[in-house]
Design a protein around this ligand. Structure first.
Ligand code: F6P
Length: 547
């Protein structure tokens, strides 16, 4: 039986250490150590992680690495790469790393190397995406397919949406990508209003092929297509990405038009698999494979670097330091790159569906906090929304800043202004502004004594607010692969330390089940289900308003 992590020796050490360092000011740490930025930074290829603006000392990091060792992080990393069934509640290995295992070292599941199958699907994706891009695979009426619609939700949507947007600059000129995820008919209607059936390819992306949102949306789109072009058109306008051939066939998609993946790929870890088909069609298979190469580089780093120089491990430990010791239950990811605008939404599922768990691997309720709330958005936009709270709110919200050195769109001074902003934010959060400094500034601006007295506290900033900054050369497919794989591994390490299963998602089931029982009631066939008074009232009101 694994001990609760908050009962380990390393945790106890950290608790004691926290009392000594909790009030230490980062600006004093910088003043005392000229080497601090260098000491608390890691370079990997073109990437720099600067984690020096965190409330840690060398001792803190030492204690955190001890915690990782006591929780057997090194062993658990090996277990993942070996293909052990670390998703123990579902008895599955967790092998998104096999999807980008670019040197093809065999990875065995039940004694069978999974790499040949993975490479077969990659080859099929290349053939198909090239055929669509170059107009060889045409629609039913002989027209080129230029509108690509991905129908999927959760992991079958967020990865493709995020990566397509991130790689928009690489899209083929005549290709347009659309995404339908929500069951809200508006999602379907708004896409269908924009496209022409003759030039549209629907990709139905669903690991299980049983998800109600995806199947309902796919049926609506199928009907729309058949109404316009007839039943025979389906073969030329629908493909499926799934692990479930039986359901794909039942839906009426020819298995030849199905791109397979496997149970060892979790939904939120699946953009590297056939689920990435729309990325390959939009940006080309060469770029899709460059994304796999970038992820592979991060995988090698994660598997091979010692803990002290391991980027995902360091990010995970810092997250635990804030969540469990500073009681910071939220954190933000802010990419300063418009093309990464959907990264926070993607990471929300990755992090919160993975680590939003309250039962440990022993089947006990944990006695400490696990996954934090993740939110974010693109800088500088978010500076004008939630940054007020980040700077002057009562609670600490650690931030990850992401910035490319080179923009895809170097127009005038835009990129310099963008870079100046991200750097200013992390510096301002760290340094803050004392009340005396605020008073001085007000005096310089010609304010009266009374005004200075009234305003100086409002204009002060406590500072000492932590952030990581990740600098990339440019957001290209390779970089994107590195970046996403980095967060995947960070989440895994945190799950290992919290001793939870980061790879199931049982918490999404209850609501789904209850929706099934409410549906017949809304449709007028009361199922005799007993609801609480609030739910009954809401059902009755909605029915009344619909009359
Ligand atoms: O939200 C729960 C979930 O199972 C996710 O993990 C998954 O990404 C999503 O639903 C979609 O599932 P599927 O790909 O099977 O349609």
């Amino acid at each position: 039986m694994t001990k609760m992590v908050n009962k380990t020796k390393a945790w106890k050490k950290l608790e004691g250490h926290y009392k000594h360092v909790k009030d230490v000011e980062m600006k004093d740490l910088f003043a005392a150590d000229k080497e601090r930025a260098d000491k608390f930074s890691i370079n990997l290829e073109h990437m720099l992680l600067d984690y020096s603006k965190n409330r840690v000392t060398e001792r803190t990091m030492k204690f955190l690495f001890n915690l990782a060792r006591e929780c057997q992080v090194e062993e658990k990393i090996k277990a993942m790469f070996r293909g052990d069934r670390i998703n123990f509640t579902e008895k599955r290995p967790v092998l998104h790393i096999a999807l980008r295992n670019r040197d093809n070292t065999p990875i065995y599941v039940d004694g069978k190397d999974v790499m040949p199958k993975i490479n077969e699907v990659l080859a099929k994706m290349r053939k198909f995406s090239d055929a669509v891009r170059f107009g060889e695979f045409k629609g039913h009426t002989g027209k080129k397919l230029t509108n690509i619609v991905n129908i999927g939700i959760g992991g079958s949507d967020l990865g493709p949406v995020m990566a397509c947007e991130a790689l928009r600059k690489y899209w083929a000129k005549d290709i347009n990508c659309y995404f339908i995820s929500n069951i809200d008919g508006t999602a379907c209607a708004e896409v269908l209003n924009k496209i022409d059936p003759e030039t549209t390819l629907f990709i139905v992306a669903s690991k299980t092929f049983t998800t109600i949102e995806t199947l309902t949306n796919a049926k609506t789109c199928r009907k729309w297509l058949v109404d316009a072009l007839g039943e025979h058109a389906v073969a030329k306008h629908f493909v499926a990405l799934s692990t479930n051939q039986k359901e794909v066939e039942k839906f009426g998609i020819n298995p030849e038009n199905m791109f397979e993946f496997w149970d060892f790929v979790g939904g939120r870890y699946s953009m590297w698999s056939a689920i990435g088909l729309i990325i390959a069609i939009a940006a080309g298979m060469d770029n899709f494979e460059k994304m796999l190469d970038g992820a592979f580089a991060m995988d090698r780093h994660f598997a091979e670097a010692d803990l002290e120089h391991n980027i995902p491990v360091i990010l995970a430990l810092l997250g635990i330091w804030y969540n469990n010791f500073f009681n910071a239950k939220r954190y933000a990811v802010v990419p300063y790159d418009q093309y990464l605008q959907y990264l926070p939404a993607y990471l929300q599922q990755l992090d919160m569906e993975s680590n939003g768990k309250f039962v440990n691997t022993n089947g006990e309720v944990v006695t400490y906090s696990t996954g934090p709330v993740l939110f974010g958005g693109a800088g500088t936009n978010v500076q004008h929304s939630f940054f007020q709270l980040i700077h002057q709110g009562t609670d600490m919200v650690p931030i990850d800043f992401i910035i490319p050195a080179i923009s895809h769109n170097e127009i005038g001074e835009h990129h310099e202004i963008l870079v100046a902003n991200v750097l200013a934010q992390s510096e301002a959060l760290m340094k803050g502004k004392t009340v005396a400094e605020a008073a001085e500034e007000l005096a310089e601006a010609g304010k009266s004594k009374d005004e200075i007295k009234a305003l100086k506290l409002y204009k002060s900033f406590s500072g000492n607010r932590p952030s990581n900054t990740m600098v990339f050369k440019k957001i290209d497919p390779y970089t994107l692969g590195m970046l996403v794989a980095m967060y995947e591994h960070k989440v895994y390490v945190q799950g290992v330390i919290w001793n939870i299963n980061s790879f199931d998602q049982m918490g999404v089931e209850l609501g789904k089940q209850m929706a099934k029982s409410i549906l017949p009631e809304l449709q007028g066939n009361a199922g005799g289900v007993h609801h609480d008074a609030s739910t009954s009232q809401l059902i009755a009101t909605i029915k009344r308003l619909r009359k």
